[in-house]
Structures are given as structure tokens and as C-alpha cells.
Design a protein around this ligand. Structure first.
Ligand SMILES: CC(C)(COP(=O)(O)OP(=O)(O)OC[C@H]1O[C@@H](n2cnc3c(N)ncnc32)[C@H](O)[C@@H]1O)[C@@H](O)C(=O)NCCC(=O)NCCS
Ligand SMILES: Nc1ncnc2c1ncn2[C@@H]1O[C@H](COP(=O)(O)OP(=O)(O)OP(=O)(O)O)[C@@H](O)[C@H]1O
Length: 200
């Protein structure tokens, strides 16, 4: 199975676009879900975060880290090794799976963490800055909290430059869907051709 990453700025539409790829046949995994899993009851990372931050409550952690780069670095240092361990296991299982198809891993901080080399290619989900901000405000974030979250990640335009394919979401959903169908076909097409075929 091929292993591809999907990334993009906050609220650019990674989850929505991933679901559209799943409708095309892709299997999905998510580093955000891995991040939740390592904070589950009984996980060593949960105890370490609780000790360092006094809480594992998501909104409280968000309030502590998005406006404070040092705190964010400390949380990343506690959580990222465990998240990466889970990711490696999922990727290894997909690589060992001879079934044709694509595993698409949603990794918000792919380029920030230098993880793009783990994958055969990268799809970047993009929306303009105004759309991103609008979506964050619609989720109930204050203007300040939205700005902090936007500032805590690599510039989305830079992500677009580094991707193999781009899917835009600041356009009507039907057009986004058409882009996904075209990109999925191109990913399948890009599968490495065997050096020799059974027919020689
Ligand atoms: C701080 C937490 C508890 C806030 O949870 P909350 O439910 O409010 O947000 P959620 O997890 O849905 O994340 C939303 C988006 O925020 C952005 N984001 C999350 N963590 C970070 C971070 N450390 N640095 C920059 N952006 C981040 C990503 O774009 C992510 O998709 C949570 O984001 C977290 O555990 N972050 C640390 C782990 C991490 O780096 N996760 C990103 C995927 S590896
Ligand atoms: N053309 C479009 N394509 C995708 N999403 C769209 C489009 N138009 C509007 N949306 C909306 O934009 C929002 C994108 O949110 P989504 O949760 O997919 O983003 P995300 O990048 O996964 O967020 P986060 O960074 O918080 O994990 C959804 O509410 C979706 O309905």
C-alpha cells in the first residue's frame, strides 16, 4: 500500500478533504487522533503532561500553549515522541500490506516536524488566510486566539510550495471534490512501476 501524507494550515480543511479521499477509496489515519490517544487514561505521556502543565484538559492546554512558544515547545517535546511512535507503527503496517491502495495520513505539523520524508508524497490542503480566520472564529475562538493559532504554524503558502499536490478549499465544495478525484487518480498513477513484470 502506498503511504501519503495530507497536511495544511489550521482550519484549511484537512479533515473534510481527507473524508473526500476516503470516498475515493483511501484509508485514513490522523496524527491529531494519535495526539488524543497519547493523552488517554493510563498513558505515560498523560502523566508527564499533567505533571508539567497541571492539566490534560484540551481547552486549558490550548490556552497555555498557543500564545506561548516556549510552552508549546515543552508540550511538543513531551507529546511528539509518543505520537511519532504510533505513526511509525501505522506506516510500517501499511507498507507491509500488499493490498493496492493508499494510506493517507493527516499530519498537521508535517513540515514543521520534518516528517515529509516518511511518505511517498504530500497533499497540501490550502485556503486563503481570510477563510482560515473566518473558520476559526466560526468555531468560537476569539480573534486573539485565532491569530495565535495561525501564528504557531509554518506559513500555509510555504506548505503549498513544498507539497506534491494541492487541494484548495476556499472554493465551492463541488470544485474541491473534483480536485480530490483528480489528485487521487494521479496518486494511484504515481505508484512505483515494478522493475520487471511477470510477463517479462
Ligand atoms: C493543545 C491541544 C490539546 C489542543 O486541542 P484542541 O482540541 O483545541 O485542538 P486539536 O487537537 O483539534 O488541534 C487543532 C489544530 O491545532 C493545530 N495544532 C495542534 N497542536 C499544535 C502545536 N503543538 N503547534 C502548532 N499547531 C498545533 C493543528 O493544526 C491541529 O490540527 C492539542 O492540539 C494537542 O495535544 N497538541 C499537541 C500535540 C500536537 O502537536 N498535535 C498536532 C498533531 S501532531
Ligand atoms: N470547499 C471546501 N472544502 C473543504 N471544506 C470546506 C469547503 N468549504 C467550506 N468548508 C468547511 O471548512 C471547514 C474545514 O474544517 P476542517 O475541520 O476540515 O479543517 P481542518 O484543517 O481539519 O481543521 P484543524 O486544523 O482544526 O484540524 C469545515 O467546516 C468545512 O465544512
Amino acid at each position: 500500500m502506498q503511504t501519503w501524507a495530507i497536511t495544511g494550515g489550521i482550519a484549511c480543511g484537512k479533515s473534510t478533504v481527507s473524508k473526500l479521499f476516503a470516498e475515493c477509496g483511501a484509508q485514513l489515519a490522523s496524527a491529531d487522533e494519535d495526539a488524543r490517544a497519547v493523552l488517554a487514561e493510563g498513558e505515560p505521556t498523560r502523566a508527564a503532561v499533567l505533571e508539567a502543565f497541571g492539566t490534560v484538559e484540551r481547552s486549558e492546554l490550548a490556552a497555555k500553549i498557543f500564545g506561548d512558544p516556549d510552552a508549546r515547545k515543552r508540550l511538543n517535546a513531551l507529546m511528539h515522541p509518543a505520537i511519532r511512535q504510533r505513526m511509525r507503527a501505522v506506516i510500517a503496517a501499511a507498507q507491509a500490506d500488499p493490498t493496492p491502495g493508499v494510506l493517507l495520513y493527516e499530519v498537521p505539523l508535517l513540515f514543521e516536524g520534518g516528517l515529509e520524508t516518511w511518505f511517498e508524497g504530500v497533499v497540501v490542503v490550502a485556503a486563503d488566510h481570510a477563510t482560515q480566520r473566518e473558520r476559526l472564529l466560526a468555531r468560537g475562538l476569539t480573534d486573539e486566539a485565532a491569530q495565535q493559532r495561525l501564528a504557531s504554524q509554518l506559513d500555509p503558502d510555504e506548505k503549498v510550495r513544498r507539497g506534491d499536490f494541492v487541494v484548495r478549499t476556499d472554493i465551492p465544495l463541488d470544485e474541491t471534490k473534483s480536485m480530490v478525484v483528480a489528485v487521487y487518480a494521479a496518486i494511484l498513477q504515481s505508484a512505483k512501476t515494478p522493475i520487471s513484470s511477470p510477463t517479462g
